[in-house]
Design a protein. Structure first.
Length: 312
């Protein structure tokens, strides 16, 4: 099949027997040399996509544009959503069916897999520079992806424990956690209780990844809700996510997008309260009382966060 690259054929694997021959550089040119005004050449722009990030299997190109149209950003998945035998075709589809790179993330396979180098070779033929690295376990793994803005997926016991180190890597723009691979890495069988609540180990991992991201002023992305029909459960988790400080929530079905967006969008009452609170603060000195509550600096920052979400 002919692809959009000077007529040479791409069969899903990099050209030549060795993905690193023919001057192929997995890092590529340093994309941070053209950072937005005001940022260091070695500092990627902050992650602002969301709040609803929709996964789409990379071997289903007929869904690419639809997924991007339905969500705030799309995650083209070369990893878990793809059977190993279909990954070569998925890499071909990635090249031949381009989307807006500003709203597209590509999830690539873990750094210790054969597919990792093949994924990078395919990406080198695209304009995509936001990647999600599956099963990230060290800062070194993301620092090796020097040409990319990396969303590090901390979804194993090793990855969660290393989250503070990973978040500190300069090209990491966000951390995401994952419950199912985490429990699998521990030898467990389920991340949730029968009533749908996360087990304690999953809740702890979620908090640790959020804290690690926040400590480095990086974005945090909440995990997917696998029960598509459970909109109440998704709403509860997304509502908790935004209240806790997550930037976005990933999802696996277009019907989940509206639920996530609604949870992240402040109500009119919340916006009115935040505006009134900040107006009162402008004429107050230090700690003050507003509608029966003690107000200090942290509460004012909460109000500012509400207004930032309202403006998205």
């Amino acid at each position: 099949m002919s692809g959009p690259f000077d007529g040479d054929e791409f069969d899903g694997d990099p050209v030549g027997p060795d993905p690193f021959d023919q001057d192929f550089d997995p890092a590529g040119p340093d994309s941070f040399d053209e950072s937005p005004v005001g940022l260091s050449p070695f500092t990627p722009a902050p992650f602002t996509l969301g709040p609803a990030l929709l996964f789409c299997p990379a071997d289903r190109p007929e869904r690419f544009a639809k997924a991007l149209d339905r969500a705030d950003a799309v995650i083209l998945d070369l990893e878990d959503a793809i059977a190993p035998a279909a990954r070569a075709g998925a890499r071909r589809a990635l090249i031949e069916h381009p989307l807006d790179p500003a709203r597209t993330i590509v999830r690539i396979n873990a750094a210790d897999t054969v597919d990792f180098a093949l994924d990078l070779a395919a990406l080198d033929r695209t304009d995509y520079r936001d990647v999600m690295l599956a099963k990230t376990v060290s800062a070194g793994q993301v620092e090796a992806l020097a040409a990319f803005r990396v969303i590090a997926l901390c979804e194993t016991a090793a990855g969660v424990v290393a989250a503070p180190e990973i978040a500190a890597a300069r090209n990491v723009v966000a951390l995401m956690w994952g419950a199912e691979d985490l429990v699998a890495s521990l030898g467990g069988t389920s991340s949730r209780f029968p009533d749908g609540r996360y087990r304690d180990v999953a809740r702890q991992a979620r908090s640790l990844v959020l804290l690690a991201a926040g400590a480095q002023d990086k974005a945090a992305i909440d995990a997917v809700h696998l029960d598509i029909a459970d909109t109440a459960g998704l709403n509860g988790e997304a509502t908790d996510a935004v209240a806790s400080g997550f930037t976005a929530t990933a999802c696996i079905h277009p019907d989940q997008v509206a639920v996530i967006r609604a949870a992240y969008q402040p109500t009119a009452a919340e916006v009115d309260y935040a505006l009134g609170l900040l107006e009162a603060a402008a004429s107050s000195r230090g700690v003050f009382r507003h509608e029966g509550r003690m107000i200090d600096g942290p509460v004012l920052r909460h109000a500012e966060a509400v207004l930032r979400r309202a403006a998205r």
